[in-house]
Design a protein around this ligand. Structure first.
Ligand SMILES: [Fe+2]
Length: 199
């Protein structure tokens, strides 16, 4: 599946999301992302891409769209803090390398602090999908590339994220949330990706 077909599939799912059960939304997004991330042409694009920094985030579709399809490049050892996804539903997979995801659940811990408990690890690879569920306490994770070479992951957010929260650990082991803006190094990158005659 090429990037245009992926964008079409996400757009169609988005326009029908109000009438679809949640599992059906996840299944549709997962099928499209599996077909996209197992395409050798898309994998080659990621392997040959020269990221501008150790953590590079590209928006594949238009910033005007109601959804986001994001390609992230992780340098060796690069990772994210624990973060949420502003209540969107979504799916994540990988185009190259093996990136680790650790999911967390959140337990309120007073006004400003929260407790976070790791609930499981998942290795992202092409065709292996992890969901992002919209409940505030179920959509927390961190990701890290523990390999000594680059990896690339693809993130589909059915509702575009503008602001989200990152969690930093404090000396007593609780976490403090800080709101931050989702930025992109570049947008509309799908226009430069390989197009196939068949999808
Ligand atoms: Fe994330």
């Amino acid at each position: 599946m090429d990037v245009t077909a992926l964008i079409d599939a996400v757009s169609r799912t988005r326009s029908r999301a109000d009438r679809l059960p949640r599992q059906e939304i996840i299944d549709r997004l997962s099928r499209a992302l599996t077909a996209f991330t197992t395409s050798s042409a898309n994998q080659r694009f990621a392997e040959e891409y020269r990221p501008s920094g150790n953590y590079t985030r590209l928006l594949l579709n238009s910033p005007q769209d109601a959804y986001q399809i994001v390609l992230v490049f992780w340098g060796p050892g690069q990772g994210s803090p624990v973060h949420d996804h502003d209540d969107t539903i979504g799916v994540v997979s990988a185009l190259t390398g093996r990136t680790k995801e650790v999911k967390y659940v959140l337990a309120p811990h007073g006004e400003e602090r929260v407790g976070l408990t790791a609930t499981g690890e998942f290795i992202l690879a092409p065709g292996r999908i992890t969901p992002i569920l919209p409940e505030r306490d179920k959509q927390l994770h961190l990701m890290v590339n523990e390999q000594d070479h680059w990896s690339a992951t693809v993130h589909v957010y059915l509702t575009a994220i503008h602001r989200y929260r990152q969690f930093t650990v404090t000396p007593d082991g609780t976490y403090r949330a800080a709101e931050t803006q989702l930025w992109f190094d570049e947008s509309d990158v799908g226009r430069r990706m390989p197009a196939s005659t068949r999808s």
